[in-house]
Design a protein around this ligand. Structure first.
Ligand code: NDP
Length: 269
């Protein structure tokens, strides 16, 4: 099966290694390439790949919205997120899925054994990743999901859009109070720039702190450790889980993820 990941940049993507491990494990034959698409040429590059026999692909920064527009059908996760990270070629149809949220959920509930029901969750950031994780998170019936963002209006808009799925509220980062929460998810891209969102410290006390960023210790993870978080986690498990969900979407085979998470973590250490 001919598969690929599209992005710009793409050189550092771990997806080919992850999918190769899944393929070895499940006995499915795949060829999985990294493809650099020009920033203004995603649709054309993807169409060339399909014309050459491509059966499915992942999409990363900055093409998740372009992929949403390219897809001819959308899953409920893709629809609510307004973004697509996985496409399956099905005859003439291009089916768009968003596995980011399922990936985070599986890492939290399956790998880390965290029960989200009745928990208070604080998400930092209101970008594409937050859009992708909100529906699967709300389906776990937390007591409340609070979205705090540097640009407050984006947080309030997202909270409003997802109200039908559960208890949500949105505000600016500066409005975060020192009240305790159960889980803090850093879904900002601040870690990419080695920065920490400017927020109150008391909230980390006893909370599970999860940074979507992976591959290195981030300022958010340092902050969480310094402020008595009960657990501090990076996004590598989410990365492998979102890939597993995409692999199953394409092949119908569900890979086992624990050994793959360990293998990829060992590569990064
Ligand atoms: P977007 O560019 O869509 O959104 C970025 C968000 O970060 C915005 O809310 C922005 O706020 C906020 N932000 C940026 N810099 C700062 C800062 N210095 N302080 C406070 N807030 C800041 O990015 P994505 O949502 O696509 O990705 C977010 C992160 O999630 C990235 O680090 C990405 O690598 C990671 N990710 C990890 C995945 C995994 O599998 N582990 C999967 C998907 C994403 P504003 O609106 O004000 O600009």
């Amino acid at each position: 099966m001919k598969l690929a990941v599209f992005g710009n940049p793409i050189e550092h993507s771990l997806s080919p290694r992850i999918h190769t491990l899944f393929a070895q494990q499940t006995g499915v034959e795949i060829e999985y390439d990294k493809i650099l698409a020009p920033v203004d040429g995603f649709a054309e590059t993807a169409q060339n790949f399909i014309n050459q026999g491509g059966k499915g692909f992942n999409v990363t920064v900055p093409f998740k919205i372009d992929a949403f527009n390219l897809a001819t059908k959308h899953s409920i996760n893709a629809q609510t997120a307004g973004a697509v990270n996985t496409i399956k070629v099905d005859g003439d149809a291009l089916i768009g899925e968003n596995t980011d949220g399922i990936g985070l959920l599986n890492d939290l509930t399956k790998n880390l054994e965290i029960d989200l029901q009745n928990k208070i969750v604080l998400i930092l950031g209101a970008g594409g990743a937050t859009r992708g994780i909100l529906l699967p998170l709300l389906q776990q019936q937390p007591a409340r999901v609070m979205i705090a963002n540097r640009t407050a209006s984006k947080a309030t808009q997202l909270a409003k859009a997802f109200k039908p799925y559960g208890e949500t509220c949105g505000f600016g980062l500066e409005k975060i109070k020192n009240d305790l929460v159960d889980i803090i998810i850093n879904a900002t891209s601040a870690s990419l720039d080695g920065q920490m969102p400017n927020i109150a410290t008391g909230i980390a006390n006893n909370a599970i702190c999860y940074d979507l960023m992976y591959g290195k210790q981030t300022p958010f993870m340092d902050w969480a450790q310094d402020n008595n978080a009960s657990m501090v986690v990076d996004g590598l498990g989410m990365l492998v889980e979102q890939a597993a969900s995409a692999f199953e979407f394409w092949t119908g085979k569900q890979p086992e993820t624990q050994a793959v998470i360990e293998a990829i973590r060992a590569l990064n250490d």
